[in-house]
Design a protein around this ligand. Sequence first.
Ligand code: GCB
Length: 603
Amino acid sequence: MLKPQNSPTRELINLDGLYRFQVDHEQAGIRDGWQNSTLDTTLEMGVPASYNDVFTDPAIREHVGYVWYQRQVRVPRGWSEERIHLRLDSATHSGKVFVNEILVAEHSGGYTPFSADITEHVTAGEEFRLTIAVNNELTQATIPPGSVTVLEDGRRKQRYLHDFYNYSGLHRSVWLYSTPTAHIEDVTVVTDFEGKRGSVGYRIDLVGGSGIEQVTVRILDADGNEVGGAAGAEGTAEIPDVELWQPGMGYLYTMVVEVVEEGSVVDSYSQPFGVRRVEVQGKQLLINGEPFYFTGFGMHEDHVTIGKGHSNAQMINDFQLLKWTGANSFRTSHYPYAEEVMDFADRHGIVVIDETAAVGLNAAFAGFFGEGGKKTYAEDFVNEETAASHRQAITELIARDKNHPSVVLWSIANEPDVTEEGARTYFEPLAALTRKLDPTRPVGFVNEVRGTPNEDKVADLFDVIMLNRYYGWYVHTGDLASAEQALEKELREWDQKYGRPIIITEYGADTLPGLHSLYDQPWSEEYQTALLDMYHRVFDRVEAVTGEQVWNFADFQTSYGIIRVDGNKKGAFTRDRKPKSAAHTLRRRWTEIPNRKPGASRP
Ligand code: GCB
């Protein structure tokens, strides 16, 4: 799915800013057609942002159901010959979009974009009323799943089995844009290279034309010089003296796609891309033929006040801190991040493990909350409806992110149950779908502690082993010697059984900044550091470990719970991005080992 842009044939208007905002406490809005008139509210809300922490009223913060956003939008007067589209970069978790009284788009899945062609419903030069109803309910039919219960007093409660707060609203930008009638609908770029020669396979999908258009592509280097080109909707362009996209050096080319009809350009779109190759060979993940060692974090889109709202300034600050630690990568735990984040990673050579929002598909976590004995793959939990949403989540993630060179690996789920028989039936088709949609990147999922090499039923379906392990925290708490033995034993078992790359996608300890101890005392800054050091010793001994991503980059908000004190505190940075001691420890290690495992020989 193309990101909207200004081009010689397209115009783009950003619709962020203040919206009228109404919380649908009585669940009346859809029934009563709130889109048909001005919302009956004095509240206003900024877009993009989560609304939860913005207001003082707990009934808004914990609201389960629809909230409504509304504003007037004027269509530029010059757009009378154009197709006119609305695009929402996300609506968490589902959205209905109305132009005046008319429903023009509906989408579920809170972290991927959707759009509507609204040409028939608006007039160039005139205003329309844009109303967006956003629903934050999670059910067993959504990704991530959850359940809504109605309490005796009528309050509705949202339950979910993942460890981050259910921030809701319009977290990303809203756009109005124009395209010509015959226009480029999609661009797919697949790159490779041989020696100094780069090859750029491409496919252009067109819509709305007469079928007699011609397509040309021109490849521009980072300085804007034309270095290659091709004609036709599908083909391969060559770059003679190619500059590769490398970890730490995000060299980007631009593919300028033009649709020509009777000698004139009717549509033009510029797609940035990088030339690089990713493959798994034995126990290594290779980028451009060289073994890559991941350092970095599982992250969250999470900030004070704006929650999961995208902010360019916060994004730059987070990337600055990543760089300061020496990290070369991150995982988009546990959902696709804003496209601005992916573009930044492309430009700066940061390697990304790109994850769907399939988190919490695991009844064992309900046991953690006192509801033991449930099965995951069952009619009342992860069922065919969940699978359908999961297929949609994978499809939309790849459609959105396929052209990002920074993405080297798809993670199709975080910590699903992989011990029940049903896991294989569930995951086999999903792994196959991911490979079919993108044959060029390795595929994995992130495994939780109960899915040991003996218990796990699905690891062989994937290219890499990604493990979240909490030896020294949830098990062997405060006993790093036992934790060290247990960790090494398990990693060696994985290595022996599969001989595939192992990426440790989570390890860490909750830590209260300012708490110090001479002993191995959980929650102290010393313990967090000692635990990380212990993991690093083990990683350096086990050859198959090809990456370390600490949980988490920064402290983040969660739902209330007795094991969370104002959120999860496993950050190397506090929620307001101050370094804990651990951040300095990581910086010392990672700045010493850019992209390569300690002790690994250079080719
Ligand atoms: C995990 C989850 C992550 C949690 C983390 C924790 O395994 O993947 O979402 O936040 O553990 O801190 O418990």
